[in-house]
Design a protein around this ligand. Structure first.
Ligand SMILES: Cc1cc2nc3c(=O)[nH]c(=O)nc-3n(C[C@H](O)[C@H](O)[C@H](O)COP(=O)(O)OP(=O)(O)OC[C@H]3O[C@@H](n4cnc5c(N)ncnc54)[C@H](O)[C@@H]3O)c2cc1C
Length: 328
């Protein structure tokens, strides 16, 4: 029976969301073609039991390779392990997150194994042995369907946030744990340590309501307008990347692929266009409200409620209404 191999990405002993999202995609494909999904966990002994147990709830089978140098991501070690496993098992498809990890080592792996690679994919389908992937181009303005040349196996990196997370299975998957005893790989770089951004006591991932500010806010002098709205709503302030890059708000408030992933009850986006890197960090919010003067802004495609208008007119009116309602 054919196999789809999915690399579980973890950080500091916990699976990252993208791992479960890829399992959703893999399970759909496998169901359509009568194949099995194997979750591949590369880890040190310290985290092996916990990560294997987490992955076992979502995949048909789990292959855990233990090696001390898998404790943290090292490009050379990952490439060696994947190359050996793909040569051994010949999976039909190998999925890795389009994250700093996947972007780093997958092109080298594809070139080394001479296997077709599609990067940053949103969805996949396979017919008659040919893989078709949907990818966005030109900064998300168009979605393109690309077909890969017919091959016995494919490599794909999947964009974080492209799918919902897998639902857990009634029965845990079959587990195989192996000690991986390959020689250490010296790839010219060494992991030193994780650096957490200073949180300043605020954790936007825990907030029920977020008022999030984008470049449309114009200048730092306008931030208090959003701050006051947040105070009235009992919300925390968040932002898009340009706002953090310009130091209008601190980095720990940034939402998106290079910021935090949030799932509040309400996400109010002020002057945010909704680039995919931003959406990946907030699209699973329960209710999304967008205020933007451009009716074609991509944020409206995922918003539950939208106001097409100038935030400098809408926000003061909203504040006045809220003050009246909340006084009653
Ligand atoms: C590797 C990489 C990682 C990235 N990571 C992230 C990330 O983690 N988070 C993130 O947010 N971005 C990230 N980005 C950047 C992302 O691609 C976008 O550039 C960014 O999200 C745009 O931010 P924005 O929506 O605030 O600004 P813009 O795209 O400039 O949008 C501003 C919006 O404000 C609207 N506007 C302007 N004035 C008003 C007004 N008066 N009233 C109402 N609306 C108004 C405009 O119509 C526009 O839609 C990343 C990019 C790369 C390449």
């Amino acid at each position: 029976m054919g196999e789809i191999l999915v690399l579980m990405e973890s950080r500091q002993g916990e699976l990252r969301d993208v791992s479960l999202e890829m399992l959703t995609l893999a399970s759909r494909l496998a169901a359509a073609n009568g194949e099995l999904v194997t979750a591949l966990v590369l880890t040190s002994q310290e985290h092996a039991a916990h990560l294997t147990k987490q992955a076992a709830r979502y995949a048909d089978s789990i292959l855990t390779l233990q090696k001390e140098s898998f404790a943290v991501y090292q490009a050379g070690e990952y490439e060696e392990a994947l190359a050996a496993l793909i040569n051994e098992r010949r999976p039909i498809l190998t999925l890795v997150g389009h994250t700093a990890f996947g972007m780093d080592f997958m092109p080298r792996l594809a070139s080394r194994l001479d296997i077709p690679l599609a990067t940053d994919c949103l969805s996949l389908s396979r017919e008659g042995g040919v893989l078709t992937a949907v990818r966005q181009m030109y900064g998300g303005k168009i979605s393109a369907e690309v077909q890969l040349r017919e091959a016995p196996g494919y490599l794909v990196t999947v964009r974080p946030g492209a799918c919902s997370s897998a639902a857990s299975k009634a029965e845990p998957g079959k587990v195989e744990v192996r000690d991986w005893t390959s020689d250490p790989v010296t790839a010219g770089r060494t992991f030193i340590k994780y650096l957490e951004t200073a949180g300043g006591g605020v954790d936007i991932t825990q907030a029920d309501i977020l008022v999030s500010v984008g470049r449309g806010i114009g200048k730092p002098e306008n931030i208090p307008l959003a701050e006051e709205l947040a105070r009235i709503l009992g919300a925390e302030l968040a932002c898009s990347r340009p706002v953090a890059d310009k130091n209008w708000l601190p980095k720990h408030r940034q939402v998106g692929t290079s910021g935090r992933t949030v799932k509040p009850k309400v996400y109010l986006a002020l002057g945010i266009s909704g680039a995919f890197q931003h959406q990946a960090g907030m699209k699973r919010s329960q209710t999304i409200i967008a205020i933007n003067k451009d009716p074609k802004a991509p944020i409206f495609s995922i918003a539950d409620y939208g106001v097409v208008g100038d935030l400098f007119q809408v926000v003061p009116a909203l504040k006045d209404q809220l003050k009246t309602i909340l006084k009653k």
